[in-house]
Design a protein around this ligand. Structure first.
Ligand code: FAD
Ligand code: SF4
Length: 465
């Protein structure tokens, strides 16, 4: 029965003052009734504007139609045909800028909660299915190497394994998942969910070799010539942090967001039992306005900091972070200092950070990113007392792989150049995708690139036989 409500069906969340002291998941998800209730808000538009907003073209009205009928497994099958990481994307995709942005219901009220419904269906499937009876497809006897186990690598490996290739993922860290395990915190994306996706891959026959740094432990030449991999997909991400190059950025207590988040998420520094040390700060400044900055700030709060500031040089409207993360951060007591930019860091005689000096900004004309450019207001310097600074101003691809392959064409900023149609690099049999190509982007775009590369590798190897 059609639900005329202008608002999304409520999804329960942990209370802000409770959750800002623990690492458990913030949003608790729909139950069957609330999912059906929300699905009944969908108009089943014939021209499917939501689908054109989804980077991988999930058949949104079709899966929502199945939820209306209570056929949740069938809904899952529809999503899974185009998105193999639904439980993850339902949680972290910036839906407000993608599928939900185009939803007709948003013209007079809130969009249908497509992300929440996707999450519900994927969780239902994960909780009610098992990988025990998965049939491995007969092997094609051709080996493919995937470098990196983030969403790009996982989706490429999954597609190729389903087509019978012998796929090995090589991962530099000790745990597979890329940013999904070392970057995005447990309270936004429980690691058990990522692990289930990885277990599913293993049940498809994919081999995962961790603690292997391609370009160091094994070279790409060795992958081809010694280990006989017939095609290679580079999905090594963009994990090299950028800094501002301001005074005292190397003081104790200044972290890149990547290091700070890795210590907390991958190495579990928030647990008493963890061997990994992390600074216990009282006043923390996080510089940046994206998802990474929100995650770092919300982790700092959970680590016990009394005051946590987000320092962002533009205004709230220009912030690239997901809307939900910004709202959750505000509720949890994070203080936003908009139109503010750091110019130096202060330190004490023991080389520990003790303040951050900032200037006030105003907004000028739109720049290349189409956002209004920030301009310094003269004589507006002021200090904020802090004992920890976290830099979350972006990352770029690690140079290791490109430095080990002289024929690999790359952009000046380090991104690997690929053919847009096929994701083929300048070297035959080597493909690339995800953040390693685009620079820091999104999970769904990385996943889509992995899928596209798998199609191209399949075509390439089929012709080679
Ligand atoms: P990655 O996920 O970075 O994975 C690359 C993997 O390759 C890593 O595990 C790395 O260890 C490995 N690797 C690198 N070099 C080598 C080598 N030489 N040999 C072997 N292995 C190697 N996106 C969203 O859509 N929504 C969000 O809410 C969101 N939040 C984010 C929060 C944080 C903190 C961060 C850092 C990113 C966030 N993103 C978000 C962006 C998103 O996670 C990335 O765009 C996505 O993970 C890119 O996927 P990828 O597979 O290309 O690379
Ligand atoms: Fe349903 Fe909104 Fe998509 Fe229309 S645009 S089919 S209402 S989700």
């Amino acid at each position: 029965m059609f639900n005329p409500s202008k608002e999304k069906t409520y999804m329960p969340v942990q209370d802000a003052n409770v959750r800002n002291k623990n690492f458990d998941e913030v949003s608790l998800g729909y139950d069957c009734n609330s999912a059906i209730n929300e699905a009944n808000r969908c108009l089943n538009c014939k021209n499917t504007p939501c689908v054109s907003g989804c980077p991988v073209g999930v058949k949104i009205p079709d899966f929502i139609g199945k939820i209306k009928e209570g056929k949740f497994e069938e809904a899952y099958e529809i999503i899974n045909n185009t998105n193999t990481l639904a439980a993850i994307c339902g949680r972290v995709c910036p839906q407000e800028n993608q599928c939900e942005k185009n939803c007709v219901r948003a013209k007079n009220g809130e969009a249908v909660a497509i992300g929440r419904l996707e999450r519900f269906v994927a969780d239902f499937h994960l909780n009610n299915s098992s990988d025990d009876n998965i049939k491995k497809v007969a092997s094609k006897n051709q080996k493919v190497a995937v470098i990196g186990s983030g969403p790009a690598g996982l989706s490429c490996a999954s597609e190729l394994a389903k087509r019978g290739y012998q796929v090995t993922i090589f991962e530099a860290l000790h745990l597979a998942g890329g940013v999904l395990v070392y970057g995005i915190p447990e309270f936004r994306l429980p690691k058990s969910i990522v692990q289930k996706q990885i277990d599913h891959l293993i049940s498809l026959g994919v081999e995962i070799k961790t603690n292997v740094v391609i370009g160091k432990t094994i070279t790409i030449e060795e992958l081809k010539n010694t280990y006989n991999y017939k095609a290679i997909f580079i999905a090594s991400g963009a994990g090299l942090p950028r800094f501002m190059n301001i005074e005292n950025e190397n003081a104790n207590g200044v972290y890149s967001a990547n290091e700070y988040l890795t210590r907390i998420n991958l190495m579990k520094a928030y647990k008493e039992t963890s061997d990994t040390p992390i600074v216990k700060a009282n006043k923390v400044a996080v510089v940046g306005g994206g998802n990474v900055a929100m995650d770092a700030a919300r982790c700092a709060k959970r680590m016990g900091a009394k005051e946590v500031y987000i320092i962002y040089r533009r205004s709230k409207e220009e912030m690239p972070a997901r809307q939900e993360e910004v709202e959750h951060a505000l509720e949890e007591g994070i203080e936003f200092k908009f139109l503010t930019n750091p110019i130096s860091i202060g330190k004490d005689s023991n080389n520990f950070v003790n303040k951050i000096r900032c200037v006030k900004m105003k907004l000028g004309e739109p720049d290349a990113s189409n956002r209004r450019s920030p301009i310094v207001i003269e004589n507006s310097e002021f200090d904020i007392e802090v004992d920890c600074v976290i830099m979350a101003i972006g990352t770029s691809p690690n140079p290791l792989i490109r430095n080990s392959l002289s024929d690999l064409k790359v952009e000046k900023w380090g991104g690997i150049i690929v053919d847009e149609e096929t994701n083929a690099t300048s070297i035959e049999s080597i493909y690339a995708g995800g953040d390693a190509v685009t620079g820091s982007a999104t999970v769904i775009l990385a996943m889509g690139a992995g899928k596209k590369a798998a199609d191209s590798i399949d075509k390439y190897l089929s012709l080679k036989k």
